[in-house]
Design a protein around this ligand. Structure first.
Ligand SMILES: *Cc1c(COP(=O)(O)O)cnc(C)c1O
Length: 428
């Protein structure tokens, strides 16, 4: 879509909202309000998505089932607790571009990274290195370091990091591909984000997978900031494994159960090392309480425990709303328009005052803007706090970025206009 012609007036924002086919979806969410009851500008869907009203209904339903059915809830009705994790599989698979047998929800993000690294990081004395980004989300960094140590290797020798070039905050895709090629047959695994949490940069996932496979390494993706934000094609890109959380762009609720992907070619590969539990064995014979593990021939064989049903109810609510809105391509199309509009207002109203380290090309970015206050004598953190006081919910990321993410499911064009006006007022 070509960027439409914008102007600076609030009427322009209102006009954009009035023709937005997704505008009514805002009402399906509870947006935090200020003391007077006015909705805040909620620009942190990249951190914790807003509450879908449906989550109250779905959690309430599970409470009623628990109350009325007790233990029989495990085997009764469409929401049978033994199988209800599979109710979200199709929507989740379409969000990440996967087949149904490649996707499940279980545990939480960092735990899933560990479980999948147990299967896909198989270091040998000659091939033991893992490539990550220098500015990886700390949890990912800790997980990788501890996996290396757990296998008897030393992060000082086995961990390779790629960094932005001097003077840039962004990773140069070519530097990633070159680092993979340079590590060559010492490289066991690559673990990179789909969308970088700090800058909002989308990495060239398909090229990274191809480069990793070309040297014989496995490639895993952390999709915390990508799932529900940008379209993905995990199956076709030949990604080996991936994990993500559901509380950011998928609106599943704080700490909600995470998503995981294993490529079809491995889902029934019983030679992969794996931590087992009773939820990975054949559901037909599970309750015969036998000690023979009969792996479910899908990614569900990575499941260890029975699912946290209340958390799952929140995820089902988030994903139902996502699907009703038309799915990721429809949402991305609105998101792109919001990005163009935000860019327009930023350059027209705040040039020289507020910069953005997020890539400028639309294909290299998701919904998130990583803003910096350009005047070195102005304290960026103080500007962030003033934004919060003025009714904006965004976040501060050390050392000097204000992250703001207009989310197409519930943020309006008017939110963007108000945000820019507030920021302009603060810096005047
Ligand atoms: C949000 C986020 C996490 C959070 O991990 P949890 O295990 O869900 O607490 C980890 N990694 C990245 C890149 C994230 O963005």
């Amino acid at each position: 879509m070509n960027p439409p012609v914008f102007d600076l007036t609030v009427d322009c924002a209102k006009a954009l909202d009035s023709v937005d086919p997704l505008a009514s979806f805002r009402d399906r969410f509870e947006i935090p309000t200020d003391d007077s009851g006015k909705p805040k500008i909620y620009f942190v869907g990249n951190s914790l998505g807003a509450l879908p009203r449906k989550a109250r209904e779905y959690v309430g339903l599970e409470m009623d089932r628990w109350s009325g059915l007790g233990v029989d809830g495990h085997f009764t009705g469409d929401l049978s607790w033994v199988t209800s994790h599979s109710l979200v599989t199709d929507t989740m698979a379409s969000i990440v571009g996967a087949r149904a047998n490649e996707v499940t929800i279980m545990n939480t993000l960092t735990v899933n990274l560990h479980l999948l690294m147990i299967s896909f990081y198989e270091p040998t004395p000659s091939r033991h290195k893992i490539l990550i980004e220098d500015h990886a989300f700390p949890s990912d960094h800790f997980a990788v370091e501890s996996q290396i140590r757990q296998r008897g290797f030393d992060p000082a020798e086995s961990l390779i990091t790629v960094s932005p070039r001097a003077g840039s905050e962004l990773l140069d895709p070519q530097d990633i591909l070159d680092a993979i090629a340079a590590a060559g047959d010492e490289l066991a695994m690559v673990l990179l984000p789909g969308v970088q949490y700090y800058t909002g940069q989308v990495l060239p996932m398909a090229e990274i997978v191809a480069a990793g496979h070309a040297v014989g390494a496995k490639v895993g993706l952390d999709l915390a900031h990508a799932a529900g934000n940008v379209p993905l094609q995990l199956h076709d890109w030949d990604v080996d494994f991936a994990a993500w959380c559901t509380y950011k762009y998928l609106n599943g609720g704080p700490g909600s159960i995470g998503g995981a992907f294993v490529h079809e070619r491995y889902v029934d590969d019983q030679s992969l090392p794996k931590l087992l539990g009773w939820w990975g064995t054949n559901g037909e014979t599970r309750f015969q309480m036998k000690n023979e593990f009969e792996a479910i021939p899908t990614i569900d064989s990575w499941q260890i425990s029975n699912a946290p049903i209340l958390s799952l109810a929140g995820v089902r609510a988030g994903l139902d709303v996502f699907a009703e809105a038309g799915g990721i391509d429809v949402l991305r199309s609105k998101s792109e328009q919001q990005i163009h509009y935000f860019d327009y207002l930023l350059t027209q109203e705040l040039a020289g005052k507020v910069g953005s380290i997020t890539p400028t090309a639309i294909g290299d970015r998701g919904a998130q803007f990583a803003l910096t206050i350009l005047d070195p004598s102005t304290d960026g953190r103080a500007v962030f706090e003033a934004l919060e006081d003025a009714g904006v919910v965004c976040d501060w990321r050390y050392p000097n970025v204000i992250r703001a993410a207009p989310v197409p499911l519930y943020n309006s064009f008017e939110d963007i206009h108000r945000f820019i006006q507030i920021l302009k007022g603060l810096l005047a």
